[in-house]
Design a protein around this ligand. Structure first.
Ligand SMILES: Nc1ncnc2c1ncn2[C@@H]1O[C@H](COP(=O)(O)OP(=O)(O)O)[C@@H](O)[C@H]1O
Ligand SMILES: N[C@@H](CCOP(=O)(O)O)C(=O)O
Length: 318
């Protein structure tokens, strides 16, 4: 599943000549993606990942690809887009946008311990710092405006209790976004989807963050909250695991100290991170794309996480 656009070795014989990568030696479709067609590509120069973008268009992709290039150039561990001889990193293959990026070693760590969380926290802080001077601005397209536009579309499918939870939480987040504290929060490019399946580890060594296609400019603390809500919880109950939370936050804080405004915002941002994925999962579940062939993620998971973040104070940010 998930090679939507087939590519053969023959298709690449001429196409690869625009790069300094030598001849193509092997090409293997990757089955685990859900949005794009991905291939492991071996050339005379090394190992890469070839992506054909099935949903994002030529207009949207420069932000993501140039952000990855910018971060990679500053030593943040992310796949580096490979330029052709004209310096371009966005290409066309079979009429669709395509890119070649460096391949990260290792695999996803789906049962992380405190050491993994510390590595993620430190790299996330480095990523935020390194993104500060990135020149292209694109908002987080799954931010408050999107929540506002999407909630009315899913509300008819919800129980009375869940409809109430969704409406009151959006209201709470809107009020916070209009506050003086919110305006003080440091912002910049964020990953915005840094779940366990979007980070590679080789043992306990973090080898990179990938899947930047929800990235956008938003508050850094929202990115930390999204990350903690996935890396530092018990997946059955949604309850935060104190040891992993502490490891991730302390490692982040050691690289880029949190501010007082971020401390004040912390619990609300954890709620925002849960709301964001509850809403997108509700949307995908109740209003699936026409050609959708996959089992959607379970929205009830993030409903639990949201209720849990509302009910129980999280460990302090620092
Ligand atoms: N740069 C990379 N290095 C190594 N493996 C990668 C890289 N990019 C993607 N992959 C592999 O491809 C899989 C699918 O990628 P992903 O970005 O999640 O696809 P999709 O956007 O279609 O969901 C990942 O789970 C990972 O195993
Ligand atoms: N992390 C999101 C879904 C985004 O999918 P991805 O595989 O591209 O990270 C969720 O869990 O709802």
């Amino acid at each position: 599943m998930a090679v939507f656009t087939p590519v053969s070795l023959d298709d690449l014989t001429d196409w690869i000549e625009q790069f300094d990568l030598g001849r193509v030696l092997a090409l293997r479709g990757i089955s685990s993606g859900i949005e794009n067609s991905n291939f492991f590509l071996t050339t005379e120069a090394g190992e890469y990942v070839l992506t054909i973008f099935e949903v994002l268009g030529f207009e949207q992709l420069p932000f993501y690809l140039h952000l990855m290039r910018h971060l990679a150039d500053r030593g943040v561990l992310v796949p580096a887009p490979v330029p052709n001889r004209d310096g371009e990193i966005l290409h066309a293959l079979h009429g669709k946008p395509a890119a070649i990026v460096s391949k990260l070693d290792g695999s996803s760590q789906l049962s992380p311990g405190p050491a993994h969380c510390a590595a993620v926290g430190a790299m996330l802080a480095r990523m935020h710092m390194a993104g500060q001077d990135f020149g292209i601005r694109q908002p987080n397209l799954r931010g408050l405006d999107w929540w506002h536009a999407t909630a009315p579309r899913v509300l008819p499918f919800l129980s009375e209790a869940n409809a109430h939870l969704l409406s009151t939480e959006i209201h709470h987040q809107e009020a916070f976004a209009a506050s003086a504290v919110y305006r003080e929060l440091p912002q910049g490019p964020i990953h915005a989807d840094l779940f366990r399946n979007n980070v590679m580890f080789d043992g306990e060594r973090l080898t990179g963050f990938f899947d930047f296609y929800f990235a956008g400019c938003d508050t850094w603390i929202f990115d930390v909250a999204v990350t903690v809500n996935d890396w530092c919880i018990d997946l059955d109950s949604g309850v935060l695991d104190e040891a992993r939370v502490r490891a991730l936050l302390d490692a982040y804080h050691a690289v880029r100290p949190f501010s007082e405004a971020e401390r004040t915002a912390w619990q609300t941002m954890l709620r925002a991170g849960a709301l964001r994925f509850w809403l997108s999962r509700l949307y995908d579940y109740h209003l699936p794309r026409e050609a959708e062939m996959l089992t959607p993620h379970d929205p009830a998971h993030f409903e639990r996480v949201l209720r849990e973040r509302i009910a129980r104070p999280a460990p302090p940010l620092f």
